[in-house]
Design a binder for this molecule. Sequence first.
Ligand code: FAD
Length: 371
Amino acid sequence: MTDDAQAPADQHARVVVIGAGQAGLSVGYHLRRLGLSPGSDLVLLDRSPSTGGAWQFRWEALRLGAAHRVHDLPGMNAMGLWFDDADRARPARDVVGEYYRRFEQHYDLRVRRPVAVSSVSRTADGELCVAVRAADGSTTRITAEVVVNASGTWGTPFVPWYPGRDVFRGRQLDTTEYRSATEFAGQDVVVVGGGTSAIGFLLELDGVAARTRWFTRRPVVWSESSALDLESAVAAVDEQDRAARAGETLPSIVSGTGVPVSRRIRAGLDRGVLRNEPMFRELDETGVVTADGEHVHADAVIWATGFRADLRHLAPLHLRTAAGGIVVEDGRSVDEPRLFLAGYGPQASTIGANRAGRRIARQVMDALADG
Ligand code: FAD
C-alpha cells in the first residue's frame, strides 16, 4: 500500500483503462459494446497530449507506407475508415492520430487526457486504487473493480550498458528522441540495434550524415517476403506468450521474425547503406572501438535498442517476479486477477492488441459479474 491509497477516493468506476493507444481503445470499444457507459462505469485515462497512442510521437519521416502495417481498430471499418485506404505518403503519426481521434469521438469513449497514472495500489479495504496526476500537478484517486493496463512501451526505451557510455562526449539518443535526419547533417553517426527503427534511421541518414556505421548485437536476419513472414511471426508471438506466462522480461519481436525486405530496404542493401557489424566493444570520448579494435569516430550514437513494457506505475501491487516481468496468462495477471494487461507480450502489435481487446473485454465483464 502507498500513501496514495490512504486518502479517500475521489471517484469510483467499475473499470479503469490506463492508456488509449490501440490496445486501450480496442478494450474500451468492446466494453462499450458489452454495455458499460463512459464516465461512471468506464474511465479511460491517457497521459499524452493527443490521440494516437505512441504513434503521435513517431518521427515525421516515418510514413504510413514505411510502417509494417497498422491494423484497423475494431469498429473502424463501420465508420468508413481503413488504414489501407489512407495516403501512404503521409506521416504515420498524423494518420493514426486523426483516425483514432475520429474513432474516440464516434464511439464516445471520452478519454481523459493528459492525465498520468502515477500508481495503482490496494486500499486498506483491498480495493484497487488508481492515482491520477493532472497536467496542473493535482492528484485524484479512482477506486475500481477492475483495472486494464494498456500503457505500451514508448515511455520505457531500453538502452544497454556498454563501457564508456558515460565518457563519450558526443550526442547519445534513443529511438524516442529521434526527430529528423537533418539534425545529423554532415556528422559521423553510429546507429545501434537490429530492428526496423535502426534500419529506418540509417536509410534516412543516407546522404545527409557524413558517414554512418551500424552495429548490432546479433546478425540481422533478413526475411525475403516483403511483409512479416507468418510462420516466424507465429513463433515469435508464441515466445512472447511463454515469457509472459513465466513472468520473464519480454524478448524483442523482431529477433523472432526477421526483418522483411521491403523495396526501400532492398535499395538500401544494394547501395551498401545497410551493412551491419558485430557490436562494438566500448565507447570512448570521440567514438566507439569495434570488436576488431578499430576506432570509429562518432559525433552521435543513436541507440535504437528497443523497449520494455512500461509498468512502473504498477509497482505498489508487487507483481514483478525475480525474472523481471509479471506473470500474465491470456491478458490477465495471475497474481492480481482484477488486473488485465492489454497489448502486453503476445498482444504487442496493432493486430495483437486488437484481438486482445475483445478477449479482455469479455473477461472483464465476467470479473465484474463475479465481483
Ligand atoms: P501505445 O500506442 O504505446 O499506447 C499506450 C498509451 O498509454 C499511450 O497513449 C500513453 O500515453 C499511455 N500511457 C502510458 N503510460 C501511462 C500512464 N502511466 N498513465 C496514463 N497513460 C499512460 N506495430 C505494428 O503493428 N505495426 C507497425 O508498423 C509498428 N511500427 C512500430 C514502430 C516503432 C518505432 C515502434 C516503437 C513500434 C511499432 N509497432 C508497430 C508496435 C506498436 O508500438 C504497437 O503496434 C502499438 O502502437 C501498441 O499499442 P499500445 O496501445 O499497446 O501502446
